[in-house]
Design a protein. Sequence first.
Length: 45
Amino acid sequence: MELLNGGVVIGIVDENKIPVKYIGVGEGIEDMEVFNSKDFLDAIL
């Protein structure tokens, strides 16, 4: 999972109280995946 810009998601979700439903794992629309918070945290910790 590419996390180059992923860290900003934490602040946006916290500040705006909105859920993350999808995450881009590449550059194209076909690179969108359902967001899994456990997988995301496992990748950055």
